[in-house]
Write a protein that binds this ligand. Structure first.
Ligand code: GDP
Ligand code: IMO
Ligand code: MG
Length: 430
């Protein structure tokens, strides 16, 4: 396989990690390129389950190199926790896990500010993960952030933490009337330990990737969140604080666009969202509840219940456009096993007019009425199917209609269960 970017096409939690883990076997480097510990990426393989927030989802393969790129906002405490969890089950990351020296750090005060801001917003709150993502990216673009490379110099680090702490405390106290969970001294002590542990992982990862690419190594870029959480193209302001689309794989890792051969969009065969904001096909009824229970739709990061609804082709068409998708990977098809009928949203009706393109105006999104096509369910268990032809005819009809509504781009994978083995490869990548 050559170089591929994996992105979510909806509001996150599409099953990106499952597909990344599956494709890692045919890759050499796996590179996270944006987001932070707001991501919750579940990998189930070899009778083990991991939920990664920062460590790339390819880490279960002992011979693969994993990189946390410069586009990530990096919570060192969380990262080391994941490294310890891997170590505890004998998965060594030594000399094959690296973190960009120019990625920005998420400090405890970013998390406090995130939570304080959310609590002050009442009904308008975004429903963030509370992982400090917005405040850390804000520091980065304000040019006041602290970078992973700063961990190398203890005195400079302490001074930067002190300045960051004071600035954020003033803001949090004056505007949000809230205090911090940790004192400055506690953070400084915590980071004295963290910095020592982090030193072996800090690296010029853009150069490492460049060299690997030059040698013909295969690169797999791991997106987090989803297209509709993108700061530009998503349902603003109910989005995350970074670009999540495929273009960001280049800026978030330091590789040029010509290196990318494939862009794979992960598509859940229905729709979910965690957090607030518009959701045209949301089902606030027994069908939505059935999707939630059959799909185990509870957040991997916060444990919150995910909102559920039917598949929305208007959204995925936009995801094909803004990511330049070359392939689709469909996930969680098995979750639909027990439904008598399955609906697909083909377009919206807004103010009496047919709309085929996802609107950018939040008012129009809020008024969008989904128009559905109904297909009969297959009412059988597909978890053991391992080839496309083994899928029941009604499942294949559902997939083909879904693809037709999304520019008919090639279908790479159909996932029929959470385990690595529960994967049907339809059109192998070249
Ligand atoms: P990500 O953030 O996109 O990596 O996805 P998450 O890990 O947050 O959520 C996806 C959930 O669905 C996880 O619990 C996965 O184990 C599970 N999952 C992934 N693919 C499938 C599938 O094809 N079928 C079923 N039933 N579960 C799946
Ligand atoms: P993965 O990579 C689903 C959502 C939050 C909230 C909004 C902003 O697992 O798909 P933030 O903490 O980023 O400021 O929150 O974005 N969100 C996600 N939803 N999956 C994710 O990641 C998410 N990361 C952020 O719920 O609505
Ligand atoms: Mg997730």
């Amino acid at each position: 396989m050559s170089n591929a970017v994996i992105v979510g096409t909806q509001w996150g939690d599409e099953g990106k990690a499952k597909v990344i883990d599956y494709l890692t076997e045919r890759s050499d480097l796996v590179i996270r390129f944006q987001g932070g510990a707001n991501a919750g990426h579940t990998v189930i393989a070899n009778r083990r389950k991991f939920i990664f927030h920062l460590v790339p989802s390819g880490i279960m393969y002992p011979d693969k190199v994993c990189i946390v790129g410069n586009g990530v906002v990096f919570d060192a405490e969380q990262f080391l926790k994941e490294v310890d969890e891997l170590d505890a089950v004998g998965i060594s990351v030594a000399e094959r896990l690296f973190v960009s020296d120019v990625a920005h750090l998420v400090l405890p005060y970013h998390k406090s500010l995130d939570t304080a801001r959310e609590s002050s917003m009442g009904k308008e709150k975004i429903g963030t993960t509370g992982r400090g993502i917005g405040p850390a990216y804000a520091d980065k673009v304000s040019r006041t952030g602290i970078r992973v490379g700063d961990l190398a110099d203890a005195d400079l680090l302490t001074e930067k933490i002190r300045r960051g702490f004071e600035r954020h405390r003033a803001l949090t106290a004056s505007i949000y009337k809230a205090d911090f969970s940790l004192s400055l001294d506690e953070i400084i002590d915590q980071y004295a330990v963290i910095r020592q542990r982090m030193l072996p992982y800090i690296d010029d990862t853009a150069f490492r990737i460049f060299e690997a690419y030059g040698k013909g190594n295969r690169l797999l870029f791991e997106g987090a969140q989803g297209t509709f959480l993108d700061i530009d193209h998503g349902t603003y302001p109910f989005v995350t604080s970074a670009n999540t689309i495929a273009g960001c794989a280049c800026s978030g890792s330091g590789i040029g666009p010509a290196a990318i051969d494939h862009v794979i969009g992960i598509v859940k065969t229905y729709t979910t969202r965690v957090g607030n904001g518009p959701f045209p096909t949301e089902l606030d009824n027994a069908t939505g509840e059935m999707l939630r229970t059959q799909g185990g739709e509870f957040g991997a990061t916060t444990g919150r219940s995910r909102r559920c609804g039917w598949f929305d082709s208007v959204m995925v068409r936009k995801a094909v456009q803004v990511n330049g998708l070359t392939h689709l990977a469909l996930t969680k098809l098995d979750v639909l096993n027990n439904f008598d009928e399955i609906c697909i949203c083909t377009h919206y009706e807004i103010r009496g007019k047919r709309v085929d393109q996802f609107p950018s105006n939040p008012e129009l999104i809020n008024e969008a009425l989904p128009v559905y096509e109904s297909l009969p369910g297959w009412k059988s268990d597909i978890a053991q199917c391992r080839s496309y032809d083994e899928l029941p005819a009604q499942a294949r009809i559902y997939i083909e209609r879904l693809r037709e509504l999304c520019y008919n781009i090639p279908l790479l994978i159909v996932s029929v269960g959470p385990d690595r083995t529960q994967t049907i490869e339809v059109t192998p990548l070249t």
